[in-house]
Design a protein around this ligand. Structure first.
Ligand code: URA
Length: 493
């Protein structure tokens, strides 16, 4: 028996280094014992430590390594051995993973799905609470993952909350971000994290106002958000109340409309419908601590006005938040406010905004019916004499600001989210994309809040095209894009 000791439960590099010589020498899986932690003497003192016969170096398909990196995070103690057995099969048959009928492939794929789901749960259901410290606020969250996913999930929080100081505490491991370095510490207990803070009320307000009773499916909701996560999520304090009130709210929504968007007079309603409406009104009063979508948006705006998530607030005049009706079918995302927007406090009012307005008009789109916002909410510039020269926002600024745009999309739930240019596309897709490759067709968003995504050029690109003929062509193409997007938003009604 050979013993392999890995440094941590999710030590993929350790596993990969260990299997290279073992697999090259075709050591059978049953001759290897895998363990995690400090190598201690005792049970395995008699373990084989003879040097392995040198084998042929080998390489494996990238897909296998990706699968192994995920499966290593599973809590099944057999995962290292199963992966090693799969590795030997891959060496005999490089397309082994494509054999969907093979029980080992099926088991590993199931394990990978479970791990990915656990990572997703951590991203979606972890909630930070603010703690005052001498160095300023620190955001602390408690989470209990089922698998060894803390390191795998941490990068998401680093990207998303790059400008904040935060800690994630879990029973096995804690991770701490100070704005530059991600440090690790030992596991913690639930009581080490705070239970409540003033942000909770804001969360609850958003949650109550975005809750749509007609969509309520308790089974699906529980599947997505198992009850055991609820205790750490402030908004779930409202869930019981929301579920109880949902049938009455839905009945009231149906009763109050004629089906073609018109309201029926109260005198036309049956007694049961009137009772449903009364119960719904009562439910509204109980479950909406801050009011409706408008109140939620206003509280979001108030928070955004105080935003210090990145350094840009220091020099800009003010936060330039999105504007438009909260039931807009189309949400446009620009890059960042320019000089005039910074002074006016409104998006797209300067030269690029005027061109945008003209193009919208030529495409038959009423800007007043759309919601217009920016990926970055503060003006970034270089001072040059009396002038302030636009400076392109970089990834950390876009990431820090993504939180706001996600909240806007959650509230508005547009049929179509349109990225105007590369910075907007970077923000809504969460990665760098090429405009030319993405333009002219619908894309799926990583979440379902913003409906479909479309990508087109930024209006300021049109301002910069030097050649007059080309400028006309590019403008016409932009107008075509807008008209097509508007037709699509209508079709999605
Ligand atoms: N450019 C943008 O991307 N947004 C604005 O609000 C103005 C110019």
């Amino acid at each position: 028996m050979r013993v392999v000791t890995l440094a941590a439960e999710d030590d993929f590099e350790g596993w990969r280094d260990a299997v290279r010589p073992l697999a090259a020498a075709r050591v059978p899986p049953q001759d290897i014992f895998w363990r995690v932690g400090e190598a201690t003497s005792g049970l395995f003192d008699a373990a084989v430590s003879d040097p392995l016969p040198p084998g042929e170096p080998f390489s494996v398909p990238r897909a296998f390594l990706t699968l192994a990196e995920t499966v290593v995070c599973h809590s099944d103690p057999e995962r290292f051995a199963l992966l090693y057995a799969a590795l030997l099969r891959v060496l005999d048959r490089p397309d082994f993973l494509a054999d969907a009928a093979d029980s080992l492939v099926q088991r590993l794929e199931r394990m990978a799905r479970t791990v990915r789901r656990d990572i997703h749960k951590m991203h979606a259901f972890l909630r930070f609470r603010e703690v005052a410290t001498p160095e300023g606020p620190r955001y602390v969250a408690w989470f209990e993952p089922d698998h060894h996913v803390v390191r795998a999930a941490a990068g998401f929080f680093v990207r998303r909350f790059a400008g904040m100081r935060w800690s994630i505490l879990t029973p096995a491991l804690s991770v701490h971000w100070d704005g530059e370095v991600l440090a690790e510490g030992p596991g913690a207990a639930r009581g080490d994290a705070p239970a409540d803070d003033p942000l909770e009320q804001v969360w609850k307000t958003y949650y109550a106002s975005i809750f749509n009773p007609a969509r309520l499916n308790v089974d699906a909701m529980l599947k997505e958000m198992p009850r055991r996560y609820w205790k750490n999520m402030p908004e779930t304090a409202l869930v019981g109340e929301l579920i109880k009130a949902a049938p009455a709210r839905e009945a009231a929504m149906i009763a109050a409309s004629t089906g073609d968007g018109m309201s029926r007079p109260k005198s036309d309603l049956t007694a049961a419908e009137r009772q449903g409406l009364a119960e719904a009104d009562e439910a509204e009063r109980r479950i909406q601590p801050g009011g409706n979508a408008l109140a939620a948006w206003e509280s979001l705006l108030a928070d955004a006005k105080r935003c210090t998530r990145c350094h840009l607030y220091k020099h800009a005049t003010q936060t330039v938040f999105g504007e438009g009706p909260l039931d807009a079918r189309i949400l446009f995302v620009g890059e960042q406010p320019g000089d005039q927007e910074d002074l006016a406090g409104r998006p797209f009012v300067g030269p690029a905004g005027q061109l945008f307005d003209r193009a919208l008009g030529d495409a038959g789109v009423d800007r007043e019916k759309t919601y217009v916002t920016n990926a970055v909410k503060h003006f970034k510039f270089e001072p040059r004499g009396k002038r302030r020269i636009h400076s392109k926002p970089q990834a950390p600024e876009i990431e820090a600001c993504r939180w706001w745009i996600e909240q806007e999309r959650i509230l508005i739930r547009p049929a179509v989210t349109v990225a105007l240019g590369a910075t907007a596309a970077r923000s809504i897709f969460g990665k760098v994309v090429t405009i030319t490759a993405m333009r002219g067709r619908a894309h799926k968003l990583p979440d379902e809040e913003g409906g479909e995504a479309w990508v087109t050029v930024h209006p300021s690109f049109l301002l910069r095209v030097p050649d007059a003929d080309r400028k006309r062509e590019e403008y016409a193409r932009f107008v075509d894009d807008l008209a097509r997007i508007a037709r699509r938003a209508d079709a999605l009604r």
